[in-house]
Design a protein around this ligand. Structure first.
Ligand code: PMP
Length: 406
């Protein structure tokens, strides 16, 4: 199949703008992706044609809006292969999804000296919530180290698994190293001991075909804005058996069945975890983003992005004095690197002058930076609309940066 790159690029108007007088080359997709017209149109239609609070009214607009919102939930459920639509909870994003588990699962099932396994390559949003829980409850955090190639030290992971382990929480793909973690193996090993697994899919859902039922994970978290959908919407997938037993996260409207001062009963799934008016416009946008991804085909996207990734790696290897961070054979979608002797901030700033957007810094992964013994990296992260010509522009830009620094 010929990948319809020109049509795709035309669907993202922002890609045609200039930055600092140069055509935009957007390689900061790991932070957030751009939005196709179809997503904006779906949201525009929702706002202009049927905006109304959901689940509340008997009137037509409310019913139409509710239907569109629930349809978006069905799309997400199908997209990730959830067994039940009510296992899909709308949140603000990955961060809130993880905090929901920390809070609701943590309150219910974790006690002093229980152990949680996480890894050295986690994003702060899969570290700090657990540290807050550690303060509240005295749980212990066991951190799986990484090897020099950016893969997990699975022997230590195996050694950590014990009868005190009550949860494993891990990134599917590292936002710094690009490493695709062996989540199937991790789930299998944890489940052999009856330990549930939470997967942070923020960097995976837009690149890999994720099927939570095949994967058999207990929770899977991701953000809409990294998969061509708007900001302010995300998903927590959770197995019914856990969600039903967990305490609600936030209290308020929508999440109750009956409220009295004698005692309140809670709504059924998924509403029990969706207190207050949700960002239904963004949820509808997320549904449209899924339609868009499916219209291109995740398998085609993956094949194309792999080609782009391989091309970028081979071209970057031509540049002298580059250090790559993350060299696992199982990595994808992003490249973290340093031009030796040049601060990543300088590289990023100079590239920006050439219209090239990359991310620089610690990428919300300071413990990983400490392990790598650096302050930060430059990160180029790819999406389905990037091209080999843009990779060439990046390479030319890096050569110029190197020249400027002598
Ligand atoms: N986890 C990973 C691996 C991420 O890359 C990110 C975003 N950089 C997050 C969590 C947090 O996502 P959000 O800010 O959308 O909640």
């Amino acid at each position: 199949m010929i990948f319809p790159i020109n049509n795709i690029r035309n669907d993202f108007p922002i890609l045609h703008r200039k930055v600092n007088g140069k055509p935009l080359v957007y390689f900061d997709n790991g932070a957030t992706t751009q939005k196709p017209v179809a997503v904006i149109k779906a949201m525009e239609e929702a706002v202009f044609e049927y905006n109304s609070n959901i689940h509340r009214g008997v009137h037509t607009l409310s019913n139409v809006c509710t239907e569109a919102f629930e349809k978006a939930r069905e799309k997400v459920a199908r997209f990730i292969g959830a067994a039940h639509t009510h296992e899909v909870i709308f949140t603000r994003g990955t961060t809130e999804s993880i905090n929901l588990v920390t809070s609701s699962f943590g309150e219910m099932f974790l006690n002093a000296n229980d152990e949680i396994i996480l890894t050295e390559m986690e994003h702060h949003s899969n570290i700090v919530p657990w540290q807050l829980l550690q303060k509240r409850k005295g749980v212990r955090l066991n951190i799986v180290p990484i090897r020099d190639d950016g893969t997990l030290d699975m022997e230590t992971f195996d050694a950590f698994l014990c009868e005190n382990t009550k949860l494993v929480t891990i990134a599917h793909i590292s936002n710094v190293l690009g490493t695709v973690n062996p989540v199937n193996e991790i789930v299998e090993k944890a489940h052999q001991r009856g330990i549930p697994v939470l997967i942070d899919g923020a960097q995976a859902i837009q690149h890999l075909s994720v099927n939570v039922t095949d994967l058999d994970c207990d929770f899977y978290a991701f953000s809409g804005h990294k998969m061509y959908a708007p900001t302010g919407i995300g998903i927590l997938y959770g197995k019914e058996k856990w969600l039903n037993r967990m305490e609600p996260y936030h209290g308020g409207g929508e999440m109750i069945k009956h409220v009295s001062f004698k005692g309140t009963t809670f709504n059924e799934l998924p509403y029990k975890f969706e207190a207050g008016t949700p960002n239904y416009t963004a949820a509808i946008g997320l549904g449209a983003a899924i339609d868009y991804i499916e219209s291109v085909g995740l398998v085609n996207i993956r094949e194309y992005e792999n080609m782009l990734f391989d091309y970028a790696i081979s071209r970057m290897s031509e540049i002298e004095n580059v250090t790559f961070y993350g060299t696992s054979a199982h990595r994808t979608s992003l490249i973290s690197f340093l031009l030796n002797g040049i601060h990543p901030f300088d590289t990023g700033t100079l590239l920006d002058k050439m219209g090239i957007a990359v991310r620089t810094g610690h990428h919300c992964a300071q413990p990983l930076m400490k392990r790598l013994n650096i302050q930060g990296t430059v990160r180029a992260s790819f999406a389905m609309y990037n091209t080999c010509e843009e990779v060439d522009a990046l390479i030319n830009g890096l050569v110029k940066v190197r020249q400027l620094f002598g």
